[in-house]
Structures are given as C-alpha cells and as structure tokens.
Design a protein around this ligand. Structure first.
Ligand SMILES: CC(C)(COP(=O)(O)OP(=O)(O)OC[C@H]1O[C@@H](n2cnc3c(N)ncnc32)[C@H](O)[C@@H]1OP(=O)(O)O)[C@@H](O)C(=O)NCCC(=O)NCCS
Length: 166
C-alpha cells in the first residue's frame, strides 16, 4: 500500500499537504501560516530534490512522506496525512518504510516548535530534539531566518537505535 509517487501524483500531493497543513492554523506563528501552505510552484521545485512515498487506500493516496539525502545525513521532508485519516498509524507506516531506504545512519526532520503533535509523533519513533538545531537548519535546510527561529530539529541515529535494541 506504500508506493513511490510520480509526477502524475503532484496534484494529489498538493491537496494532501495543504489540507493537512490546516492543523498549523492558529498554532504556528501567524506570519508563517497561509493557504495554500505550499504553492504548486514550490511543490514542483521540492519534487525535483525530494522523493515522495504515498500511502494508498482504495487507489487513492491519503498520506505522504518525502526523503532527501543531503551530504552525510538524510532529511525527512513533508510528512502529511489527510485530516480524516490521522492517528490511524499511516504516518508511522510511512516513516517505517522510509527507514528501510536509508543510505546514512543519521535521519533528521525539521518541524515547527509549536506543532506539538508532530514533535510527539517523531519522539514516539525514537527521535530526539537536537540541541544544535540552528546550526543544523542552516547547514541542511534552505529556509528563512524567521523559520529557523520558530523550528526545531529532531534526529535519529539508526546505529544508536540498533545498539539500544534488545
Ligand atoms: C504528524 C502526522 C504526519 C502523523 O501521521 P499520523 O498518521 O496521524 O500518525 P500515526 O497515527 O502513525 O501516529 C500517531 C502518533 O502521532 C502523534 N499524533 C498524531 N496526531 C496527533 C494529534 N492530533 N495530537 C497529538 N498527537 C498526535 C501522537 O504521538 C500519536 O501517538 P499516540 O496516539 O500514541 O499519542 C499527521 O498527524 C499530520 O499530517 N499532521 C498534520 C501535519 C503535520 O504536522 N505534519 C508534520 C510535518 S513535519
């Protein structure tokens, strides 16, 4: 039920991201929230670097996750599940799938500091808040200073994860 997204999925990915991003309304700083949250132009640009995977139900994608290797780390980009389908394990399955594709031991994800549900989601999956988040955001992301200020980075070292396993 997980498949790699194609260019023909672009409109559906656009829909999912912008519907799911409504969760940010009133939560993240007002000057950073707008609808559409991600424009079509921006998404098409992202799709040139980021490989998206989708969770499909009855022939329709309802959740997406993106992966982007950058130098010595792998970034998780744009994890979004349609509002009516959240909290049913779809994000977790997408994340587990992404972990099978890693070519680096270190996995990083950036999100809004105020998006407590997203922070909880990644922590549940073994990620830790990174103390050097500003440096990481400046090194691996291309985002404006205001977004650096209001974001956090969570990281998971797969090797540590293996060490900690029983
Ligand atoms: C974050 C997101 C991708 C997770 O996908 P999901 O399919 O809902 O997540 P799962 O069902 O696999 O996992 C559920 C866990 O996620 C967290 N979570 C998801 N939705 C939550 C909510 N509304 N409130 C609090 N925690 C939530 C919790 O840790 C939950 O575990 P718990 O039930 O034991 O508390 C999805 O909720 C989403 O699209 N949210 C809006 C957009 C967003 O914040 N994206 C993240 C960008 S980095």
């Amino acid at each position: 039920m997980i498949r790699k997204c194609q260019a023909s999925d672009t409109r559906r990915i656009y829909f999912i991201i912008n519907e799911a991003a409504r969760a940010y309304d009133g939560i993240i700083p007002a000057d950073r929230y707008h609808q559409p949250y991600m424009s079509m132009v921006e998404l098409k640009k992202e799709m040139q670097r980021v490989t998206f995977f989708g969770w499909e139900t009855n022939g329709e994608i309802i959740g997406v996750i993106g992966i982007e290797p950058v130098n010595d780390v792998t970034l998780i980009r744009h994890t979004y599940v349609l509002p009516g389908w959240q909290n049913q394990g779809i994000g977790s399955r997408l994340l587990s799938h992404l972990k099978t594709l890693l070519t680096t031991p270190c996995l990083l994800v950036g999100t809004w500091a105020d998006a407590h549900w997203a922070v909880a989601f990644y922590r549940k999956h073994g990620f830790h808040l990174m103390p050097d988040k500003d440096k990481l955001l400046e090194t691996y992301w291309d985002i404006p200073p205001r977004q650096v200020e209001t974001s956090v980075v969570l990281g998971l070292n797969i090797r540590d994860g293996v060490k900690e396993s029983p």
